[in-house]
Ligand binder design. Structure first.
Ligand code: TTP
Ligand code: MG
Length: 353
């Protein structure tokens, strides 16, 4: 039996804000996207604010009405990404088989001969001690059951669903908590009066297939806690690049430079998001007759900064473009990637958001 961990940080954005400003500890806190005085939405709320009914994706005006005393702070994505990276690094020290599914959520597989329960406990403790964040962890024989179990014991939970007990564990849980049982599925299931996952498990598979087709088989298996979807580990990118073809072949330097600048911005953003610095910048030029050249520069200091990437791309263009010939396509690539260390990112983003 596989041993699958599901880890999800508790009230993630809000918890990071509390960590960085301990005065917020224990208070109702809303982390908001968009203009707080305009049409903002709740990204997340501390558990103290949730008690008033505030939740993710709720319009801010509504949240403020439910909980007028809540402190509202704006999202700071880059700060959260850095914390996320540190959490995932701890998880990866426990096992290389990690599938990150969102900024604060991951699956990980523990080899069968290892004690998954104590590994889970240790991961949770390290995330608390070394980073300062709370998380919930579940261990089960597959991804589906570990995910449902994790949500069932939030926050600060730790749960082991022993192999063989998947169906029994799921049975009393509300059907809304089953991944994939969205509104449409649930409204169709109403005809069988399904309230819990156990109710779903009791419907003959033939009836589910007649109503839902192939999806009916999924529902049947899921309700019994069966799932054989594998952990998909992300392979590290070797490079991050972009290229674009002009609508019409061009010799207009301003147009070409503008496009290169835009692509450099996109690459800088991707590098920051993936946590890499580039050592080498590659420029690709394709002329109207389809001859293609690539030219590269290796930087003195690896970078993810848009200014440095753009300057490099423009210099390569200046040095290598034969201006008598119209260009059909240009591309920019960041190669020779190295992982940016936490310290460096924290320094870059110390001014917040
Ligand atoms: P979640 O894990 O769904 O929520 P959470 O970590 O805040 O709370 P918990 O897991 O304890 O229930 O999402 C992780 C982060 O993603 C969350 O902190 C903020 C962000 N997010 C949004 O910005 N919009 C959303 O609609 C949701 C659901 C999350
Ligand atoms: Mg979470």
């Amino acid at each position: 039996m596989p041993q699958i961990i599901h880890l999800d940080l508790d009230a993630f954005f809000a918890s990071v804000e509390v960590l960085l400003n301990p005065e917020l500890q224990g208070k109702p806190l809303i982390v908001a996207m968009g203009n707080p005085r305009g049409r903002g939405v709740v990204a997340t709320a501390s558990y103290e604010a949730r008690r008033f009914g505030v939740h993710s994706a709720m319009p801010l005006f509504q949240a403020a009405r439910l909980c007028p005393q809540a402190i509202i702070v704006p999202v700071r994505h880059r700060v959260y990404s850095e914390y996320s990276r540190r959490v995932m690094a701890i998880l990866r020290e426990a096992t290389p088989l990690v599938e990150q599914v969102s900024i604060d959520e991951a699956y990980a597989e523990i080899a069968p001969e290892r004690d998954a329960a104590s590994i889970a406990r240790e991961i949770q403790q390290r995330i608390k001690d070394e980073i300062g964040l709370d998380c919930t962890i579940a261990v089960a024989s597959n991804k589906l059951v570990s995910k449902v179990a994790c949500n069932a014991v939030k926050p600060r939970g730790l749960i082991i669903v022993p192999p063989g007990e998947e169906q029994k564990f799921l049975a009393p849980i509300s059907i809304e908590k089953l991944p994939g049982a969205g509104k449409v599925t649930r409204s169709k299931l109403a005809r069988w009066n399904v309230r819990t996952i156990g109710d779903l498990a009791n419907i003959p598979v033939g009836e589910l297939r007649a109503e839902f087709g192939k999806w009916g088989q999924y529902l049947h298996d899921a309700a019994r806690g069966r799932d054989d979807s594998p952990i998909v580990t992300a392979s590290k990118p070797k490079s991050i690049s972009a290229e674009n073809t002009f609508d019409r072949d061009t010799r207009d330097a301003a147009e070409i430079e503008k496009l290169l600048a835009e692509m450099s911005e996109g690459i800088a953003r991707d590098l920051a998001r993936e946590g890499y610095l580039a050592r080498t910048v590659v420029l690709k030029l394709r002329y109207g007759d389809l001859t293609t050249i690539t030219r590269q520069t290796t930087l003195r200091a690896p970078t993810a900064k848009v200014g440095a990437l753009r300057a490099c791309a423009l210099r390569l263009l200046r040095d290598h473009w034969d201006r008598r010939r119209a260009l059909r396509l240009v591309g920019v690539g960041a190669h020779n990637l190295i992982e940016s260390t936490g310290a460096r990112q924290m320094e870059m983003f110390a001014d917040g958001g």
